[in-house]
Ligand binder design. Structure first.
Ligand SMILES: [Zn+2]
Length: 269
């Protein structure tokens, strides 16, 4: 072989080597890019991404923070509407104070920062003055149920008025405040009573029938199902099941966006 031919072959081999070497470098760099972008495809090792490493964690992390941002954005955007759409309800308890069950109810309400309305029976206040004081101190609204739990519409008007007046005075003697609201026993009320007694009658929208059910789960389920925005809920603080149900109702309805208020606040709103 002539010298010129040898030089030509050498140059050709050199060029081919350079091309192969360049191709190899490109491939290597390409691998690096694939790892860096976490496309999640098995590159060349069959290596399975493990939690805390590679795309699995990163992608889920991105999804999560993305969802968080979008929730916040929606919340900011509709913040005003959400406030307007806020729901209110009022828990009311008749027939107390009860020497056994009113105390745990008051303590549980205090723990939860919830205020309710009590319609008291005058003759039950004797010996339970501390409970009535705690009601007033904790910001609950105290109204009158009656003095001796009579159907006021079946009494002489003057007797019915006395029933309410005596209970009112009894509450004022303990709390220093004269009650303005009355929950007539059995919900029985009429225009003559309205005229004769300078009090605001309060009825109810949701009857827990706790006195009949005496079952925590059933009372809770009924009230949570029946309650709508602006409703007054009727309960009695004379049963263990009613006290337990009250706390569950509070937890359930709070989770549904309800705020608990006293009946005077509900009536103003
Ligand atoms: Zn009653």
């Amino acid at each position: 072989m002539k010298f010129k031919q040898k030089v030509f072959i050498f140059i050709v081999i050199l060029i081919v080597d350079m091309i192969l070497a360049w191709g190899a470098v490109r491939m290597w760099k390409g691998r690096g890019e694939i790892f860096d972008t976490h496309e999640g495809k098995p590159v060349d090792t069959g290596r399975i991404p493990v939690p805390g490493e590679g795309m699995t964690t990163e992608v889920s992390g991105h999804d999560h923070s993305g969802a968080g941002r979008s929730e916040k954005a929606v919340s900011d955007l509709y913040g005003q509407q959400e406030d307007i759409a806020k729901k209110y309800t009022a828990l009311t308890f008749d027939d107390g104070p009860n020497p056994k069950y009113t105390k745990p109810l008051l303590d549980g309400l205090r723990e939860r920062g919830i205020r309710v309305t009590f319609f008291l029976v005058g003759e039950c206040i004797d010996g339970n003055e501390d409970l009535v004081k705690q009601m007033a101190k904790d910001g609950h609204l105290i109204g009158v149920h009656c003095m001796t739990h009579k159907d006021l519409t079946k009494e002489k008007l003057s007797d019915a008025a006395k029933e309410l007046w005596a209970a009112r005075e009894k509450i004022r003697a303990v709390t220093g405040t004269l009650p303005e609201y009355v929950r007539p026993p059995y919900g029985n009320w009429n225009a003559k009573l309205e005229e004769a007694v300078d009090m605001i009658p309060v009825f109810w929208d949701v009857d827990s029938i706790d006195w009949r059910l005496k079952n925590t789960e059933k009372v809770t389920a009924k009230v949570v199902k029946d309650t709508e925005d602006g409703d007054i809920i009727l309960m009695h603080d004379e049963f263990k099941t009613s006290v337990e149900a009250a706390f569950r109702i509070i937890d359930n309805l709070t989770a549904k966006g309800y705020t608990f208020v006293t009946v005077d606040e509900l009536m103003v709103d």
